[in-house]
Write a protein of this length. Structure first.
Lengths: 210, 108, 696
């Protein structure tokens, strides 16, 4: 069914201990990369719309009234740390560490992801109290079109972590599960990259030019 | 077994370096904003630059993208996507910015 | 929420059905609307009735709906596309009839006419062209690259399910409620909640979003398939031209569908949640929408036409019995078009008000695309030159394409000049232009592909005589319908007008409606050809599998191919590998040994997602929130539960493969090889006698 790869898959890979999983993973991971790039265009366009609508505040509250950099700083640290822990889960898998270790790192990542979401939702609620709701202006629509889209991705990642954690227990370390762990790690790192764009363009850019 | 432990240690170090680097860059960005104030000229430029550096750090240390032959196809994919994104975002900002200017849409 | 508290059925009520309108106000307009609804209902009921009468539900479910075989999925895409094509053509005829009625005359209400051009455009682009293009690609690509299936067979089934459920929304909109009147582009603020509070734009939005997801997944699937699953030895520069165009087209999908998704979803946010992306008030900017839509819209045109270029490349080479001329330049031209197509979107809104500099930049970029396209036209002509040409049906489509498409392309270069565009923008000149590239370009290509690969799919050829009649009808019908529109366009007739006053338009409109009737005959002729071919199938069997002296790998296997396509994965040594093998006399080697083949197992996930996404869309359109939430949860659960399924593969034992393959080899050895001169006769059993002289 699948052609043997002429070379090993770069980047996140499962290494020599999991040769059969490795072949399968090569095709699927490449496909997942392509999907992420398509997803990246979604984010890219939302960034472009945000840039074009920074001035469209229509007399409503703007970045200076609404953005809370302390909370953003905390969210950044949390997400960055979760990117490390998901990487460590991958390594635990790759080097055949006990399954408990993988589940441990999964758990830590999940807790970090959920706390990120809690902080983000608290931010939105604080913004709403100051009148910063998406229905208020084009600028706020663009903000709420972009930042929660990232949040939604994080939430989907959390759901994926839970499902995959269960599958690890139920189905064991099959090729399929291993390749899913690789993809989840890829997805999670990708979300961290998007977040760098969000703090730079949405928050700092908004404060500079809004 | 020894070689594998060694490899494991090396890979783990990679992640930790990436994490440390990203942490430093994040701290730098927020300190610059805190110390100089966000609206001073040049501040946003340096924040943007540091953001770009952090993207590269994470791509290299977390996602293992480099110029080795084996990661060439991922790199090609990322570069092509970047090209398309630049065209799309740059074009959009150019067109809409021009329209906004010509129509005096926003009080500057 | 823009409405008061909706009840159990949301805003769905008796008034949503067209019969209600007929009872209140019996007019020609209402009769046409009810007839359309009746056709949908009668069609649905008769399909269900026939399936039950012949007890076909079981086989339909086992062999088709749950199948993950790329060949069957391709065929289902094409059937779906032809059903939708029938509706699109009928709508076109009704519109032409309305406009031909004379100054200030006509039998349709403006709203109804607007619905017609909106559904016509939406259907033809998203539910005819896209599924037809990827139906052909589904069937052909894995066979051409020597693979057993696409990279993600189950995802492929899901893509089909989503495309079909979105298409069904357009059918449902005929029976329940009204479709959008905002054109296939659905520009706000007209389609925003303030001006269009009804369900029309919502039907459009959700059909576009869901089919967009399906198409994106298809694009990813084919990019990865061609990138990763080529047979050993098939380097990129040995890839058949058609596969090159599909990989470029997939790349266009991957990067160009997201802008459409963003545009439609932000419009949905405006309509459902009172956001202000494109509204008139509170900082909304409708120009953002035009920009987003055409960021998608322009690459879309090329993602449709590139595969057609690929089809013509294969057909010209095969029916001239020559290697494709200028392969390298064709590859470079294809890739240039793919990249350039991301740099020209502004030419769809030259008149929006941006500076002359910006217009000039995008105008020049647009004209640049004519260069690689011109390279292709010359390459095709050079392929024909001194070839041993057979005027079979696909070749006739190809020749009609060469002549007519150049006219369409040139009118495109005229439109690329912003100063000219200001004059003819939004006139029928534009309508004539894009039909001139989409019919001879895309549709003729797809029909040629249908005639070309049909014997591979079903093991018998299509009727040549009716095929030729069909080509003639399409060509004449196209010219009669659309050439007059160039003239009235230059005379200033705006597009999308349900009525007009200038009597000098009248003669042209009458010619156009006659042309539309010829096109209707062409459509019927496609069906007659299929009927006659099925009736006479015993006379045109080509079970050996190579009726046209083909050059690429798909012709080296039985027709119809076995589920696993290749008993032994071929080792590729040449660009036209099968042609080279035939020349060396090694076309049908007897394998030393056979291996077990692992194939994906059938699954119902695509069907489940098809139905649940369909109900989900309907619930969203009619504000039946509880149902929308239920369906969201159901789709999530279906995917999660499905991800626990591990028995996704079946094994076809080596012994079975050997038995089938040897039976076929016996057929090959006992068949009589035919010369190209007898290709269309009953002697053609699918074994070609290579024409050594003509092979250059």
């Amino acid at each position: 069914m699948r052609r043997a790869p002429s070379h090993s898959y770069p980047g996140l890979n499962l290494g020599e201990d999991h040769a059969s999983a490795h072949k399968f993973t090569e095709v699927v991971t490449f496909g997942f990369w392509v999907f992420l790039m398509s997803d990246l265009v979604y984010f890219g366009l939302m960034f472009a719309i945000y840039i074009t609508m920074i001035d469209a505040q229509a007399g409503g509250p703007g970045p200076h009234e609404l953005f809370d950099l302390k909370s953003i700083f905390a969210q950044t640290l949390i997400l960055l740390t979760s990117s490390l822990t998901v990487g460590l889960a991958m390594l635990a898998l790759k080097y055949n560490l006990p399954r408990g270790r993988i589940v441990l790192w999964f758990g830590v990542t999940l807790i970090l992801g959920l706390s990120f979401l809690v902080l983000e939702i608290r931010d939105f609620m604080a913004m709403a109290e100051k009148g910063g709701i998406p229905q208020r202006s084009g600028f706020l629509s663009a903000f709420y079109g972009l930042v929660p889209l990232h949040g939604l991705h994080v939430a989907a990642g959390c759901l994926w972590l839970v499902v995959l954690g269960i599958q690890l227990r139920v189905m064991g370390l099959t090729d399929l599960i291993m390749s899913r762990v690789v993809r989840l790690a890829l997805f999670w790192h990708f979300l961290d990259l998007i977040w760098i764009g969000i703090i730079t363009i949405v928050y700092f850019g908004g404060l500079s030019y809004g | 077994m020894d070689r594998r432990t060694e490899l494991h240690r090396r890979e783990r170090r990679r992640y930790v370096i990436g994490y440390g680097g990203s942490l430093l860059l994040t701290l730098a960005v927020f300190s610059i904003a805190y110390i100089y104030g966000i609206q001073r000229p040049g501040v946003f430029f340096s924040i943007g630059l540091l953001g770009l550096v952090q993207l590269v750090v994470q791509l290299v240390y977390f996602l293992h993208i480099d110029r080795r032959r084996s990661s060439r196809e991922d790199l090609d994919l990322i570069l092509f996507s970047t090209l398309v994104l630049l065209i799309i975002i740059g074009g959009t900002v150019w067109i809409l910015g021009n329209l906004a200017m010509r129509m005096h849409m926003h009080a500057m | 929420m823009t409405s008061a508290d909706p009840g159990f059925l949301g805003r769905l009520s008796w008034d949503a059905f067209p019969v209600a309108g007929l009872i209140q106000n019996p007019s020609t307009n209402e009769i046409v609307a009810n007839a359309a609804a009746a056709i949908v209902l009668v069609g649905a009921v008769s399909v269900i009735g026939l399936l039950s009468w012949f007890r076909l539900w079981g086989p339909l479910w086992r062999d088709w709906l749950t199948s993950v075989d790329h060949k069957k999925i391709g065929i289902m895409y094409i059937v779906f596309a032809i059903v939708m094509l029938a509706r699109g053509v009928l709508e076109g005829v009704v519109m032409r009839a309305q406009q031909a009625a004379g100054p200030g005359e006509g039998f349709l209400e403006p709203e109804h006419f607007a619905e017609l051009f909106s559904t016509h455009g939406t259907i033809m682009i998203f539910f005819v062209a896209v599924p037809f293009v990827f139906g052909i690609a589904n069937f052909v690509v894995p066979l051409m690259i020597g693979a057993r299936d696409v990279a993600f067979p189950r995802l492929n089934q899901i893509s089909l399910g989503l495309t079909v459920s979105a298409g069904m929304m357009l059918m449902v909109s005929l029976v329940v409620g009204r479709f959008s009147t905002g054109g296939w582009t659905a520009y706000p603020p007209y389609t925003g909640a303030a001006f269009n509070p009804g369900v029309g734009p919502d039907y459009w939005i959700w059909a576009i979003v869901v089919s967009g997801v399906g198409t994106t997944l298809t694009g990813i699937n084919f990019a990865v398939t061609i990138y990763k699953l080529r047979a050993p030895g098939m380097k990129f520069m040995r890839l058949p031209m058609y596969c090159w165009t599909i990989i470029c087209s997939s790349i266009l999908i991957i990067f160009a569908m997201p802008p459409l998704g963003v545009a439609a979803l932000l419009l949905a946010a405006d309509r459902y949640l009172d956001f202000h992306f494109f509204t008139n008030d509170l900082g909304g900017n409708m120009m953002n929408y035009a920009n987003l839509f055409w960021l998608f819209g322009h690459p879309e045109v090329y993602l449709l036409v590139l595969p057609a270029y690929g089809i013509y490349s294969e057909i010209f080479a095969t029916f001239s019995a020559k290697r494709l001329y200028g392969y390298n330049s064709l590859v470079i031209a294809t890739m240039s078009i793919a990249v350039l197509s991301f740099t020209v979107w502004l030419h769809h809104f030259f008149t929006m008000g941006q500076s002359a500099l910006i217009n000039a930049v995008f105008g020049i970029a647009t004209m640049l695309i004519a260069i690689p396209t011109g390279v292709k036209v010359y390459d095709w002509m050079a392929t024909l030159w001194r070839g041993r040409i057979r005027f079979s049906v696909p070749m006739l489509y190809g020749l009609a394409f060469l002549m007519l498409f150049v006219i369409g392309g040139l009118s495109g270069v005229i439109l690329a000049n912003p100063t000219v565009d200001y004059q003819v923008h939004n006139t029928l000149f534009l309508v004539a232009h894009f039909h001139n590239v989409l019919l001879p370009g895309v549709l003729f290509g797809l029909l040629a592909a249908y005639n070309y690969w049909f014997p591979k799919a079903f093991g018998f050829r299509l009727n040549e005589g009716w095929g030729r009649v069909t080509v003639a009808l399409w060509t004449v019908g196209f010219m009669l319908t659309f050439m007059p529109l160039y003239f009235v366009g230059l005379m200033g007739m705006p597009r999308r007008s349900y009525s007009w006053e200038d009597p000098s338009f009248h003669p042209f409109m009458i010619v156009a409606v006659l042309g539309a009737l010829v096109i209707l005959c062409a459509l019927l002729s496609v069906l007659v050809q299929l009927w006659v071919s099925i009736r006479d199938r015993e006379k045109t069997r080509v079970l050996v599998g190579d009726p046209w002296d083909g050059r690429t790998l798909e012709w080296s296997i039985p027709a119809p191919p076995p589920p696993y396509n290749f008993a032994i994965i071929p080792q590729v040594t040449d660009r036209d590998d099968f042609a080279a093998r035939k020349q060396r006399g090694e076309a049908y080697p007897t394998p030393q040994s056979y291996e077990d083949i692992e194939m994906p197992r059938n699954t119902g996930i695509g069907f489940i997602l098809c139905v649940s996404s369909g109900v989900w869309m309907f619930a969203l359109v009619w504000w039946i929130w509880w149902l929308a939430i239920l369906m969201t949860v159901m789709m999530l659960l279906a995917v999660i539960v499905w991800s626990f399924d591990t028995s996704t593969e079946i094994i076809i034992p080596a012994e079975e493969v050997r038995k089938d393959h040897e039976a076929w080899l016996d057929q090959v050895h006992s068949a009589q090889a035919v010369d190209r001169d007898y290709e269309a006769s009953t002697e053609n059993q699918g074994l070609a006698r290579p024409d050594l002289e003509a092979v250059t």
